[in-house]
Design a protein around this ligand. Structure first.
Ligand SMILES: Nc1ncnc2c1ncn2[C@@H]1O[C@H](COP(=O)(O)OP(=O)(O)OP(=O)(O)O)[C@@H](O)[C@H]1O
Ligand SMILES: [Mg+2]
Length: 319
């Protein structure tokens, strides 16, 4: 059996709450467990503010955990020495939504793609130059882009540069945080195809964060649905889209045009996610769920395995 590349084990991240919740802490990520295997794509969906990007930053070791553990190839990300941290940085990369702000506007494309190589032991200038050309070619950009600045490129071309930079050190995992949502629809498809191609060639695993469920369905092997810091449902992509079990997942899926247009909404999603000072007892979705009963209000439910590969946290689901 394959071993997971990345394993999140009851991972939590708290931030101090602001505004009227002052003095309280806010569980942006709460008891999240998730495995990602080599070469696979795990989609991560959920409404704005549910903790997707925070989870991505934890995976990249850019934030300290409040609780739990993250293992990469069996090794905990906590307590790495400097050399191990550097090695890890080359193994896990990120591509952000907005290449405009993630690329240094004062650097030429050649310098942008070269930088990680320079900082990671590629001392030979000629070899770096060759590698940069090869990387640009891999993402579909010719040599004529080497001397240009980011503002001299289109949005799609800039995202290609960000991807070239992300793959420069042969990573095993890339966190894709809304990688195409700032782009034109026609360009989105090209970038998604490029990512798929690179994944196949380089055996990359992706944690793919997106609001676009149709794209998530197209790209992912399995999908995790997040609500208020928790994963509330996790299943293989086909299973999740054909047989969603959590009321929140059902609402999310029904918001995709063309999926079950004839079926009325099963659940009306009203109001907003809970806030730190109104953090509910029991299931965090109960205040918005039309099926909620006393058990949901008082106890809620842990994520549990309902059938092979399908996990859900909902008191209505009996094992
Ligand atoms: N550095 C921080 N300090 C305090 N609170 C934070 C910090 N980063 C994120 N948060 C809070 O944590 C919660 C989760 O934020 P996060 O950015 O992970 O959400 P998201 O799911 O990525 O949302 P979106 O879909 O809008 O990108 C939000 O309430 C956010 O305000
Ligand atoms: Mg985000």
């Amino acid at each position: 059996m394959f071993k997971p590349l990345l394993s999140l084990q009851r991972v939590g991240k708290e931030f101090p709450a602001r505004g009227s919740g002052k003095g309280l802490s806010y569980k942006a990520v709460n008891e999240v467990s998730l495995d990602i295997y080599p070469g696979e794509t795990v989609g991560l969906v959920g409404e704005s503010g549910c903790g997707k990007s925070t989870l991505g930053y934890l995976v990249l070791n850019l934030l300290d955990l409040t609780s739990g553990e993250i293992l990469f190839e069996g090794q905990s990300l906590a307590n790495l020495n400097k050399a191990q941290q550097r090695a890890l940085k080359s193994q896990i990369q990120i591509v952000f939504q907005d290449p405009q702000s993630s690329l240094n506007p004062r650097f030429k494309i050649e310098q942008i793609v070269e930088e990680p190589l320079r900082l990671n032991g590629w001392r030979d200038k000629q070899k770096r130059k060759e590698r940069v050309r090869q990387l640009l070619d891999k993402v579909g950009l010719g040599e004529e882009y080497l001397g240009r600045f980011p503002h001299e490129l289109s949005g799609g071309q800039r995202q290609r540069v960000a991807i070239a930079r992300a793959i420069s050190l042969n990573p095993k995992l890339i966190v894709l945080d809304e990688p195409t949502s700032a782009l034109d629809v026609s360009v989105q498809a090209q970038i998604l195809n490029l990512l798929k191609e690179l994944q196949r060639d380089l055996n990359l695993a992706f944690l793919f964060i997106s609001h676009n469920l149709a794209v998530v369905r197209h790209l992912s092997n399995k999908v995790a649905v997040m609500y208020y810091g928790r994963i509330i449902e996790l299943a293989d992509t086909n299973e999740l889209f054909n047989n969603p079990l959590h009321p929140y997942t059902k609402v999310l899926l029904q918001s995709i045009p063309n999926i079950n247009p004839e079926k009325p909404l099963l659940v009306e999603l009203e109001g907003e996610m809970p806030t730190p000072h109104k953090s509910p007892l029991g299931c965090s979705f109960h205040s918005r769920c039309s099926y909620a009963n006393d058990l949901c209000r008082e106890a809620g439910s842990e994520l549990q395995l309902i059938k092979e590969g399908h996990w859900v946290s909902c008191t209505r689901q009996k094992v």
